[in-house]
Write a protein that binds this ligand. Structure first.
Ligand code: SF4
Length: 175
């Protein structure tokens, strides 16, 4: 077992005052840097920085960020949701580490999938309110940091609150 335990806390996101969604931060008992390339090989659309020791991916609508001694998760419903997701991440880390002999580590940065990753969190109606003709074009501008999430007006409605928060988490942490 690579990761034996963690201490976590949950907090309301700063950017959404009416949010019922919470973020979680877990401080890890062990350094998980070595497992990150193996995890990167197993996640579908991760963004990996080997030098910096970070891996980011989406799982069941939650943005999960792994650092050598820390895990952050956003888009959670409540404390129980936080425990469930963090336990899943811990198990994902440990089973991946246990099976690392059968996994070819991946050092792919995954920057190329980031536009698609953001696009999937946008309304997808191509309404043009942001000044772009398509949501895909807007996602590309977000990646290049040429646009702000708030420029997508439909995204500011309650209906899109959960995905908006995940978007904020992804864009704030950069590529
Ligand atoms: S405003 Fe939002 S939903 Fe409309 S085209 Fe732009 S990104 Fe898509």
């Amino acid at each position: 077992m690579l990761l034996s335990s963690y201490i976590y806390e949950v907090s309301l996101p700063e950017c959404v005052t009416s949010a019922v969604r919470v973020n979680a931060i877990a401080k890890l008992s062990e350094d998980i840097r070595e497992v990150l390339p193996y995890l990167n090989a197993r996640v579908k659309a991760g963004t990996f920085n080997h030098e910096g020791g970070t891996l980011r991916f989406i799982w069941e609508g939650k943005a999960i960020n792994l650092f050598p001694r820390r895990i952050t998760v956003s888009g959670l419903r409540d404390r129980g949701d936080a425990v469930q997701i963090l336990e899943w991440v811990k198990d994902f880390i440990n089973t991946t580490w246990q099976n690392r002999q059968e996994i070819e580590p991946s050092f792919r940065r995954g920057d190329e999938v980031k536009v698609l990753e953001l696009y999937r969190l946008l309304p997808g109606t191509n309404c043009g309110e942001c000044g772009e003709r398509t949501c895909m074009a807007f996602a590309a501008k977000l990646v290049r940091q040429e646009a702000e999430i708030s420029e997508c007006c439909p995204l500011l409605s309650h209906e899109w609150q959960e995905k908006r928060q995940v978007l904020f988490s992804l864009v704030e942490r950069g590529g």
